[in-house]
Design a protein around this ligand. Structure first.
Ligand SMILES: [Zn+2]
Length: 407
């Protein structure tokens, strides 16, 4: 099976390292789901074989990029929190909203009541919308179940949705998202349940690639987070951390110490935290949609980039603090609110996002040998995707070399 994208006005992101590469009048050959060749249209190798199964895509006047990767989402959930949205707009604090029964635990209550089939049915249109915005690989976290049975129900739902495709899902266990109400006076009991019941079962069944912890004041402390992450690492899982979102607790330093694949949020990261990430291989995943939604100061993207940290961008799609599937819009926010260039944003949504999922070996660029995940945008210059913001420029989506969506 051969797919040929021909004469793109710009072929973006061929290079598997360095700055975002942009090639004018480029073509791309994908054979059996793997990129075989990318380069100037005039130099395309001749297609000699008599292949019936050739899909030609004329990309004249358009931009071809690697499929976007959303490396941080909580999109498997039930119930809306739109009333909390309005309460917040009226000036109610998160503590007051919590006191009225809002916050994460409200979603937990709804997810516990939902069946696996119901959760899948609710997630499918969200995945479909993400795909339409050019997102071909999506990390999905559990973390709204908070019992062994409910966390496993969520991870099974993610595995089954992944098998449905065409999207590729990366499952993360986030049992340490909050201490559930039944353990309010027994934190130790919940941490034991995470370490001794949930993690071993999830690792044994291969239900998660990553273990994540919400490391924050009044949620999980640095020491508790370290203990959970260590257990997960010993069981063979890779690590992520919700770090330094609301206060500079030292989450970035912990992520670096534990050799986590990524440290996420980082709105309040300290200088020491930036140094720790720069010295480690840990990716900084920034989620400007959440800062936008909550009206908070954005993460220091420029300082991170200038100090040599690998910066990825993701949506944080979740019902409480960032209800969107529009990843290119997140890219616009990164340009306008965090001073990232359009080229840095493309890299953050593709190659660096692949690194944040430990899938750089096959995702994140249009280099030969990589998986054939590409998108065609109906703009002549890739910068238009972020400049002309809030709408969808994606016209055609390829996953493993197959056209999975056109508009
Ligand atoms: Zn999150």
């Amino acid at each position: 099976m051969l797919t040929i994208l021909h004469h793109a006005a710009q072929l973006v992101g061929i290079a598997a390292a360095g700055e975002c590469s942009v090639l004018a009048n480029g073509s791309l050959l994908i054979r059996n789901g793997i990129i075989e060749w990318a380069g100037p249209a005039a130099e395309m190798p001749p297609i000699t074989e008599d292949e019936r199964d050739i899909t030609w895509i004329d990309a004249q006047g358009k931009v071809v990029l690697p499929g976007f990767i959303d490396s941080h989402t909580h999109l498997l959930f039930a119930g809306s929190r739109v009333d909390e949205f309005e309460q917040r707009l009226r000036g109610m604090s998160y503590a007051e909203i919590m006191a009225r029964g809002g916050g994460i635990l409200r979603t937990v209550e709804r997810v516990r009541r939902a069946s696996k089939e119901e959760l899948k049915a609710l997630a499918r249109p969200r995945l479909q919308r993400m795909l339409q915005f050019g997102v071909t690989t999506i990390e999905v976290k559990s973390g709204y179940g908070l019992t062994p049975a409910d966390e496993i129900k969520c991870l099974e739902a993610i595995a089954e949705l992944n098998a449905e495709g065409p999207w590729e899902l990366v499952p993360t266990f986030l049992g340490a998202h909050a201490v559930p109400p039944e353990y309010r006076s027994n934190r130790e009991g919940y941490i034991r349940s995470l370490c001794e019941t949930m993690l071993p079962e999830i690792a044994r069944r291969g239900l998660a690639d990553f273990c994540d912890v919400f490391c924050e004041k009044d949620v999980f402390s640095i020491d508790e987070s370290r203990r959970i992450l260590k257990r997960a690492r010993d069981l063979g899982l890779r690590l992520k951390l919700h770090a330094d979102e609301l206060s500079p607790l030292g989450g970035a330093e912990l992520a670096a110490e534990m050799e986590a694949t990524s440290a996420d949020h980082l709105l309040c990261i300290s200088d020491q935290g930036i140094d720790a990430l720069a010295a480690s291989g840990t990716v900084a995943t920034l989620l400007p949609g959440t800062a936008f939604f909550l009206g908070r100061a954005y993460a220091p993207a420029r300082r991170l980039i200038e100090r040599g940290v690998t910066v990825a961008l993701a949506s944080d799609c979740n019902p409480g603090t960032c209800m969107t599937e529009n990843l290119p819009l997140i890219g616009s926010m990164a340009c306008m609110q965090m001073g990232m260039s359009p080229g840095e944003v493309v890299t953050a949504l593709t190659r660096h996002a692949a690194a944040a999922l430990a899938r750089s070996d096959r995702l994140g660029s249009l280099a030969p040998g990589k998986q054939g995940d590409g998108i065609v945008c109906n703009v002549p210059d890739y910068r238009e995707i972020f400049y002309h913001f809030g709408i969808n420029h994606v016209e055609c989506i390829l996953k493993r070399g197959r056209v999975v969506h056109t508009s």
